[in-house]
Design a protein around this ligand. Structure first.
Ligand SMILES: [Zn+2]
Length: 160
């Protein structure tokens, strides 16, 4: 069973990988391990807590490496910084804070924004009819992006 927290974490990890890929940055095992801990946390973590969580599973990266990866996560918009005046920073995963409509390629993880005029108000109206007050919504269309389809087609043609 996948929990909603794991589902949110995996979605964020896919976005992180796409973001890295789009910038030709490697999704190193270390980066992915750090991102998995930060994005899967149910409370804001400090860099030291991230190191501790990784150390429990094996060789852990240093705090500087953790900070560098977290900075990338912040640039991606997947993590926000929190200052509780403790003398160090904590990092909170961003989850579904805004309504989104997206196209997600299940082959390469590419995420694109889907724009449907009136969708947000239609969804809110339908929710209201069901006695529901809509706060935000999320629509993900899963499929294959144009690049992956073209690749798949060229491979099929070669096989013929
Ligand atoms: Zn694709």
């Amino acid at each position: 069973m996948t929990t909603p927290l794991e589902l949110a974490r995996d979605e964020s990890l896919n976005r992180f990988r796409s973001w890295l890929r789009a910038r030709s940055l490697p999704a190193t095992p270390q980066r992915v391990a750090i991102a998995t801990v930060v994005l899967g946390a149910d409370h804001p973590l400090s860099a030291e807590e991230v190191v501790d969580a990784l150390r429990a599973k094996g060789p852990a990266p240093g705090t500087a490496t953790v900070y560098r990866t977290i900075d990338v996560l912040i640039q991606c918009g997947l993590v926000v910084e929190e200052d509780r005046h403790e003398g160090f920073r904590r990092f909170q995963p961003v989850r579904d804070d805004v309504s989104t409509e997206e196209l997600l390629c299940t082959a390469c993880g590419h995420v694109a924004t889907l724009t449907v005029d009136g969708l947000a108000s239609d969804a809110a109206a339908a929710a209201r009819k069901a006695g529901f007050v809509s706060v935000r919504h999320r629509l993900v269309v899963y499929g294959m992006c144009a690049a992956c389809r073209a690749l798949r087609e060229s491979q099929t043609n070669e096989a013929l």
